[in-house]
Design a protein around this ligand. Structure first.
Ligand SMILES: Nc1ncnc2c1ncn2[C@@H]1O[C@H](COP(=O)(O)OP(=O)(O)OP(=O)(O)O)[C@@H](O)[C@H]1O
Ligand SMILES: [Mg+2]
Length: 266
């Protein structure tokens, strides 16, 4: 008899009881009691009103900031030396370095051998369609190209977790859609653990295995939706009536929080 195979999901990120306060006097409570687990090779999208602590949570997962309370644990795949890499809305690439030098940057920091570095830089330049721009400087590139450089640089270090903070928010609508479709295809080859922050529910549903909704500040997790579309997913999934239905359901949850955060800001 063949034993039934069960999929055991290994967690890649565990966030337990995390709170974050900034400052001492007039302290800002950014996050209030966040619990979240992300399985290995899972793509989790975080949505929530402006200022609810999404970037704060990413920075704590990256180890840039420490929680005021609670714990964050990362479990790295075997043989993996780099825990996280981050892609930001404003690209975060160095204007004084060429495209190629930008992609190589993380490998220099992690002390990767020259041969391995050359191979990986070549691979990611090619995979992101950047080979012919390898000697160009960022100022000469479009926003979409800059963001491809930023993604190539992040993936070249083969991080255990890829953190993306509104990576496509600065792009125009057409370029945004092209990069969404590229990231969808790329992730389905690469199957890396990703935490992706966005204000776009459409983007979250297209890309994510889960869409996690946060409350207005101090941020808590108020809903966690599993996206039901099978992988590999194609961009046409946007046309599925169930897609729009899920978008509406999530928006119902989010609308109240966005209203709350607007009232507090007044
Ligand atoms: N370094 C910091 N020092 C003090 N306060 C901070 C700092 N970083 C963030 N905050 C505050 O913490 C709260 C959460 O900020 P954060 O940037 O994490 O929100 P966000 O959900 O990413 O917002 P947005 O959607 O606008 O990017 C905000 O009130 C912000 O002003
Ligand atoms: Mg943010």
């Amino acid at each position: 008899m063949v034993a039934a195979s069960t999929t055991v999901e290994r967690e890649s990120i565990t966030v337990a009881g995390v709170r974050k306060r900034y400052g001492v006097k007039l302290a800002v409570e950014a996050l209030a009691g966040v619990d979240l687990t992300v399985a290995e090779s899972e793509f989790v999208c975080l949505v929530g009103p402006s200022g609810c602590g999404k970037s704060t949570l990413l920075r704590m997962i990256a180890g840039i900031h420490q929680p005021s309370e609670g714990q964050i644990a990362l479990r790295l795949p075997i043989g993996n030396s780099v825990a996280t890499a981050m892609v930001f809305q404003d690209y975060g690439i160095f204007p004084w370095k060429t495209v190629e030098a930008n992609v190589r940057f993380g490998l220099e920091v992690t002390g990767t051998s020259a041969k391995e570095s050359r191979d990986r830089v070549g691979h990611w330049l090619d995979r992101m369609g950047l080979t012919e721009f390898r000697s160009a400087y960022p100022a000469t590139l479009s926003g979409g190209m800059k963001q491809r450089v930023s993604i190539a640089r992040a993936l070249a270090v083969e991080p255990g977790v890829l953190l993306m903070d509104e990576p496509f928010a600065a792009l125009d609508a057409q370029m945004r859609r092209i990069l969404q479709d590229e990231l969808l295809a790329l992730w389905q080859e690469d199957l890396r653990t990703v935490v992706f922050v966005t204000h776009s529910l459409e983007e979250a549903i297209l890309l994510g295995d889960r869409v996690v909704v946060m409350s207005s500040r101090p941020g808590r997790i108020i809903a966690d939706f599993r996206v039901p579309f099978a992988r590999p997913r194609s961009p046409e999934v946007r046309l599925d009536p169930a897609f729009t239905e899920l978008e509406e359901t999530i928006w119902e949850q989010l609308r109240k929080e966005v209203g709350d955060s607007e009232r507090k800001a007044r």
